[in-house]
Design a protein around this ligand. Structure first.
Ligand SMILES: Nc1ncnc2c1ncn2[C@@H]1O[C@H](COP(=O)(O)OP(=O)(O)OP(=O)(O)O)[C@@H](O)[C@H]1O
Ligand SMILES: [Mg+2]
Length: 264
Protein backbone atom coordinates (compact mmCIF):
# COMPACT_ATOMS: atom_id res chain seq x y z
CA UNK A 1 0.00 0.00 0.00
CA UNK A 2 1.41 3.34 -1.06
CA UNK A 3 -1.30 5.74 0.00
CA UNK A 4 -4.37 5.41 2.16
CA UNK A 5 -7.09 7.98 2.65
CA UNK A 6 -9.48 7.07 5.37
CA UNK A 7 -12.79 8.86 5.69
CA UNK A 8 -11.38 12.17 4.51
CA UNK A 9 -13.89 14.97 4.82
CA UNK A 10 -13.23 18.56 3.81
CA UNK A 11 -15.50 21.57 4.11
CA UNK A 12 -14.93 25.00 2.65
CA UNK A 13 -16.62 27.96 4.29
CA UNK A 14 -17.92 25.78 7.06
CA UNK A 15 -20.76 27.34 8.99
CA UNK A 16 -21.35 30.07 6.38
CA UNK A 17 -24.05 30.23 3.73
CA UNK A 18 -21.33 29.28 1.25
CA UNK A 19 -20.52 26.01 2.99
CA UNK A 20 -19.35 23.32 0.59
CA UNK A 21 -18.62 19.74 1.52
CA UNK A 22 -15.86 19.20 -1.04
CA UNK A 23 -14.85 15.74 0.22
CA UNK A 24 -17.55 13.67 1.80
CA UNK A 25 -15.67 10.94 3.60
CA UNK A 26 -13.33 9.61 0.92
CA UNK A 27 -11.71 6.26 1.63
CA UNK A 28 -9.17 5.16 -0.93
CA UNK A 29 -6.21 2.78 -0.97
CA UNK A 30 -3.64 3.18 -3.70
CA UNK A 31 -1.14 0.40 -4.31
CA UNK A 32 2.46 0.91 -5.26
CA UNK A 33 2.78 1.28 -9.04
CA UNK A 34 -0.86 1.99 -9.72
CA UNK A 35 -1.75 4.61 -12.32
CA UNK A 36 -5.01 6.01 -11.04
CA UNK A 37 -7.00 8.28 -13.34
CA UNK A 38 -9.57 10.48 -11.65
CA UNK A 39 -12.56 11.71 -13.61
CA UNK A 40 -15.66 13.63 -12.60
CA UNK A 41 -17.54 16.79 -13.41
CA UNK A 42 -16.56 20.32 -12.38
CA UNK A 43 -16.61 20.77 -8.64
CA UNK A 44 -16.72 17.03 -7.94
CA UNK A 45 -13.80 17.30 -5.52
CA UNK A 46 -10.95 15.98 -7.67
CA UNK A 47 -8.48 18.79 -7.00
CA UNK A 48 -9.52 18.86 -3.35
CA UNK A 49 -8.68 15.17 -3.16
CA UNK A 50 -5.24 15.88 -4.56
CA UNK A 51 -4.75 18.87 -2.28
CA UNK A 52 -5.57 16.75 0.72
CA UNK A 53 -2.81 14.35 -0.31
CA UNK A 54 -0.31 17.16 -0.96
CA UNK A 55 -1.16 18.92 2.29
CA UNK A 56 -2.42 22.18 0.79
CA UNK A 57 -4.83 22.06 3.74
CA UNK A 58 -5.71 19.66 6.50
CA UNK A 59 -8.90 17.61 6.33
CA UNK A 60 -11.69 18.30 8.82
CA UNK A 61 -11.98 14.59 9.47
CA UNK A 62 -10.15 11.45 8.44
CA UNK A 63 -6.55 10.51 7.89
CA UNK A 64 -3.92 10.30 5.18
CA UNK A 65 -1.15 7.70 5.30
CA UNK A 66 1.74 7.69 2.82
CA UNK A 67 3.86 4.55 2.91
CA UNK A 68 4.01 4.00 6.65
CA UNK A 69 3.80 7.64 7.63
CA UNK A 70 0.62 9.12 9.05
CA UNK A 71 0.96 12.47 7.25
CA UNK A 72 -2.50 13.90 8.03
CA UNK A 73 -1.05 16.79 10.01
CA UNK A 74 2.21 17.23 8.14
CA UNK A 75 2.63 20.62 6.49
CA UNK A 76 2.86 20.77 2.72
CA UNK A 77 6.61 21.45 2.61
CA UNK A 78 7.34 18.35 4.69
CA UNK A 79 5.35 16.16 2.30
CA UNK A 80 6.97 17.73 -0.76
CA UNK A 81 9.92 15.41 -0.27
CA UNK A 82 7.71 12.48 -1.24
CA UNK A 83 5.33 14.07 -3.71
CA UNK A 84 5.77 15.35 -7.27
CA UNK A 85 3.05 17.64 -8.60
CA UNK A 86 2.17 19.11 -11.96
CA UNK A 87 -0.72 21.52 -12.43
CA UNK A 88 -2.82 22.65 -15.36
CA UNK A 89 -1.08 26.00 -15.81
CA UNK A 90 2.20 25.40 -17.69
CA UNK A 91 3.59 28.58 -16.12
CA UNK A 92 3.04 27.48 -12.53
CA UNK A 93 5.68 24.79 -12.14
CA UNK A 94 8.78 26.77 -13.10
CA UNK A 95 10.29 30.20 -12.42
CA UNK A 96 10.31 32.35 -15.54
CA UNK A 97 13.20 34.53 -14.42
CA UNK A 98 15.54 31.69 -13.67
CA UNK A 99 17.42 29.58 -16.20
CA UNK A 100 16.57 26.00 -17.06
CA UNK A 101 19.47 24.69 -15.00
CA UNK A 102 18.64 26.91 -12.02
CA UNK A 103 15.08 25.61 -12.08
CA UNK A 104 16.32 22.04 -12.23
CA UNK A 105 18.82 22.68 -9.42
CA UNK A 106 15.90 23.77 -7.24
CA UNK A 107 14.00 20.63 -8.18
CA UNK A 108 17.03 18.60 -7.02
CA UNK A 109 16.65 20.17 -3.60
CA UNK A 110 13.08 19.00 -3.16
CA UNK A 111 12.53 18.08 0.43
CA UNK A 112 16.02 19.17 1.44
CA UNK A 113 17.02 22.30 3.28
CA UNK A 114 17.47 25.10 0.80
CA UNK A 115 20.14 27.69 0.47
CA UNK A 116 23.07 25.58 1.60
CA UNK A 117 24.72 25.43 -1.78
CA UNK A 118 24.18 28.07 -4.40
CA UNK A 119 24.90 27.42 -8.05
CA UNK A 120 24.78 24.29 -10.15
CA UNK A 121 27.13 21.39 -9.52
CA UNK A 122 28.90 20.03 -12.64
CA UNK A 123 27.67 16.50 -11.88
CA UNK A 124 24.14 17.81 -11.70
CA UNK A 125 24.54 19.70 -14.94
CA UNK A 126 25.35 16.47 -16.72
CA UNK A 127 22.30 14.81 -15.19
CA UNK A 128 20.11 17.74 -16.27
CA UNK A 129 21.41 17.51 -19.83
CA UNK A 130 20.75 13.79 -19.96
CA UNK A 131 17.23 14.21 -18.65
CA UNK A 132 16.52 17.08 -21.07
CA UNK A 133 17.80 15.11 -24.06
CA UNK A 134 15.02 12.64 -23.45
CA UNK A 135 12.47 15.32 -24.35
CA UNK A 136 13.91 15.75 -27.84
CA UNK A 137 13.09 19.44 -27.69
CA UNK A 138 16.69 20.64 -27.85
CA UNK A 139 16.51 22.03 -24.32
CA UNK A 140 19.75 20.28 -23.36
CA UNK A 141 21.55 23.00 -25.34
CA UNK A 142 19.68 25.81 -23.60
CA UNK A 143 20.62 25.29 -19.95
CA UNK A 144 21.39 28.98 -19.52
CA UNK A 145 18.23 30.27 -21.16
CA UNK A 146 15.62 31.85 -18.93
CA UNK A 147 12.58 29.60 -18.67
CA UNK A 148 10.38 32.58 -19.59
CA UNK A 149 11.65 32.15 -23.14
CA UNK A 150 10.16 28.67 -23.50
CA UNK A 151 6.78 27.76 -24.98
CA UNK A 152 3.99 26.47 -22.74
CA UNK A 153 4.55 22.92 -23.90
CA UNK A 154 8.31 23.13 -23.35
CA UNK A 155 7.69 24.51 -19.87
CA UNK A 156 5.24 21.76 -19.01
CA UNK A 157 7.73 19.15 -20.25
CA UNK A 158 10.38 20.74 -18.04
CA UNK A 159 7.95 20.75 -15.12
CA UNK A 160 7.35 17.02 -15.63
CA UNK A 161 11.10 16.39 -15.52
CA UNK A 162 11.45 18.55 -12.42
CA UNK A 163 8.61 16.77 -10.63
CA UNK A 164 10.39 13.45 -11.16
CA UNK A 165 14.06 14.51 -10.94
CA UNK A 166 14.09 13.34 -7.35
CA UNK A 167 11.94 10.22 -7.58
CA UNK A 168 8.68 10.93 -5.78
CA UNK A 169 6.71 8.24 -3.93
CA UNK A 170 3.65 9.56 -5.66
CA UNK A 171 3.15 11.75 -8.71
CA UNK A 172 0.08 14.01 -8.70
CA UNK A 173 -1.10 15.39 -12.06
CA UNK A 174 -4.02 17.83 -11.98
CA UNK A 175 -5.24 18.17 -15.58
CA UNK A 176 -1.64 18.79 -16.56
CA UNK A 177 -2.37 18.72 -20.29
CA UNK A 178 -5.69 20.59 -20.27
CA UNK A 179 -4.21 23.98 -21.14
CA UNK A 180 -2.14 22.69 -24.06
CA UNK A 181 -3.02 22.32 -27.72
CA UNK A 182 -3.91 18.71 -28.67
CA UNK A 183 -0.55 17.88 -30.23
CA UNK A 184 1.44 19.25 -27.29
CA UNK A 185 -0.95 17.50 -24.90
CA UNK A 186 -0.16 14.18 -26.59
CA UNK A 187 3.55 14.90 -26.27
CA UNK A 188 3.26 15.60 -22.55
CA UNK A 189 1.11 12.50 -22.09
CA UNK A 190 3.62 10.24 -23.79
CA UNK A 191 6.38 11.82 -21.69
CA UNK A 192 4.21 11.10 -18.65
CA UNK A 193 3.91 7.48 -19.63
CA UNK A 194 7.67 7.17 -20.23
CA UNK A 195 8.61 8.73 -16.90
CA UNK A 196 6.05 6.67 -15.00
CA UNK A 197 7.34 3.47 -16.57
CA UNK A 198 11.03 4.32 -16.29
CA UNK A 199 10.77 5.24 -12.61
CA UNK A 200 7.94 2.82 -11.73
CA UNK A 201 5.96 5.68 -10.26
CA UNK A 202 2.68 5.54 -8.42
CA UNK A 203 0.53 8.12 -10.18
CA UNK A 204 -2.72 9.95 -9.67
CA UNK A 205 -3.87 11.83 -12.78
CA UNK A 206 -6.96 14.02 -12.94
CA UNK A 207 -8.33 14.35 -16.44
CA UNK A 208 -11.51 15.52 -18.12
CA UNK A 209 -10.69 13.30 -21.05
CA UNK A 210 -12.29 9.88 -20.59
CA UNK A 211 -10.31 8.45 -23.50
CA UNK A 212 -7.10 9.41 -21.74
CA UNK A 213 -8.39 8.01 -18.45
CA UNK A 214 -9.07 4.65 -20.07
CA UNK A 215 -5.86 4.63 -22.09
CA UNK A 216 -3.56 5.55 -19.20
CA UNK A 217 -5.21 4.29 -16.04
CA UNK A 218 -4.49 0.92 -14.53
CA UNK A 219 -7.39 2.10 -12.40
CA UNK A 220 -10.13 4.64 -13.08
CA UNK A 221 -12.10 6.33 -10.35
CA UNK A 222 -14.92 8.77 -10.72
CA UNK A 223 -15.77 11.43 -8.17
CA UNK A 224 -19.16 12.97 -7.75
CA UNK A 225 -20.19 15.45 -5.08
CA UNK A 226 -17.17 14.75 -2.94
CA UNK A 227 -17.37 10.98 -3.10
CA UNK A 228 -15.77 8.22 -5.07
CA UNK A 229 -18.72 6.67 -6.86
CA UNK A 230 -16.92 4.44 -9.33
CA UNK A 231 -13.68 2.52 -8.97
CA UNK A 232 -12.46 0.01 -11.55
CA UNK A 233 -9.03 -1.53 -11.95
CA UNK A 234 -6.95 -4.00 -13.89
CA UNK A 235 -8.43 -6.03 -16.71
CA UNK A 236 -11.81 -4.45 -16.16
CA UNK A 237 -10.45 -1.07 -17.23
CA UNK A 238 -9.39 -2.54 -20.57
CA UNK A 239 -12.91 -3.74 -21.26
CA UNK A 240 -14.40 -0.28 -20.70
CA UNK A 241 -15.24 2.18 -23.42
CA UNK A 242 -16.24 5.81 -23.09
CA UNK A 243 -19.78 4.79 -24.07
CA UNK A 244 -20.07 2.07 -21.43
CA UNK A 245 -18.64 4.46 -18.85
CA UNK A 246 -21.26 7.05 -19.71
CA UNK A 247 -24.00 4.44 -19.65
CA UNK A 248 -23.02 3.24 -16.22
CA UNK A 249 -23.06 6.79 -14.89
CA UNK A 250 -26.46 7.47 -16.40
CA UNK A 251 -27.78 4.21 -14.98
CA UNK A 252 -26.98 5.37 -11.45
CA UNK A 253 -28.68 8.67 -12.15
CA UNK A 254 -25.68 10.86 -12.86
CA UNK A 255 -26.28 12.98 -15.86
CA UNK A 256 -24.32 16.05 -14.85
CA UNK A 257 -21.23 15.95 -16.99
CA UNK A 258 -19.42 19.01 -18.03
CA UNK A 259 -19.25 19.57 -21.74
CA UNK A 260 -15.50 19.39 -21.51
CA UNK A 261 -15.74 15.82 -20.34
CA UNK A 262 -17.65 14.76 -23.40
CA UNK A 263 -15.87 16.89 -25.95
CA UNK A 264 -12.93 14.61 -26.50
N1 LIG B 1 -10.17 27.03 -1.64
C1 LIG B 1 -11.48 26.86 -1.77
N2 LIG B 1 -12.37 27.69 -1.15
C2 LIG B 1 -13.70 27.50 -1.24
N3 LIG B 1 -14.27 26.52 -1.97
C3 LIG B 1 -13.46 25.66 -2.59
C4 LIG B 1 -12.03 25.79 -2.56
N4 LIG B 1 -11.48 24.80 -3.29
C5 LIG B 1 -12.51 24.09 -3.79
N5 LIG B 1 -13.69 24.59 -3.37
C6 LIG B 1 -15.03 24.06 -3.69
O1 LIG B 1 -15.00 22.66 -3.41
C7 LIG B 1 -15.70 21.94 -4.42
C8 LIG B 1 -14.76 20.96 -5.07
O2 LIG B 1 -13.80 21.68 -5.82
P1 LIG B 1 -12.60 21.00 -6.61
O3 LIG B 1 -11.70 22.09 -7.04
O4 LIG B 1 -12.02 19.92 -5.80
O5 LIG B 1 -13.37 20.36 -7.85
P2 LIG B 1 -12.77 19.63 -9.14
O6 LIG B 1 -13.41 18.28 -9.18
O7 LIG B 1 -11.31 19.70 -9.14
O8 LIG B 1 -13.41 20.50 -10.30
P3 LIG B 1 -12.79 21.00 -11.72
O9 LIG B 1 -13.03 19.88 -12.67
O10 LIG B 1 -13.61 22.19 -12.04
O11 LIG B 1 -11.35 21.31 -11.51
C9 LIG B 1 -16.28 22.97 -5.38
O12 LIG B 1 -17.59 23.26 -4.98
C10 LIG B 1 -15.38 24.17 -5.15
O13 LIG B 1 -16.06 25.37 -5.42
MG1 LIG C 1 -9.88 20.63 -10.35
Amino acid sequence: MMLRLNGVRKYFGRGTINEVLALDGVTLDIEKGEFVCVIGSNGAGKSTLMNSIAGTFFPDEGSVVLQDNAITNWPEHKRAKFIGRVFQDPLSGTSANMTIEENMAIAMLRGKRRGLSRGVKPAHRELFQNRLKKLELGLENRLHDRVGLLSGGQRQALTMLMATLVRPDILLLDEHTAALDPKTAELILSLTRELVEELSLTTLMITHNMHHALAFGSRVIMMHRGRVIFDVRGEKVKSLTVDTLLESFHSVGIAEFSDRMLLV
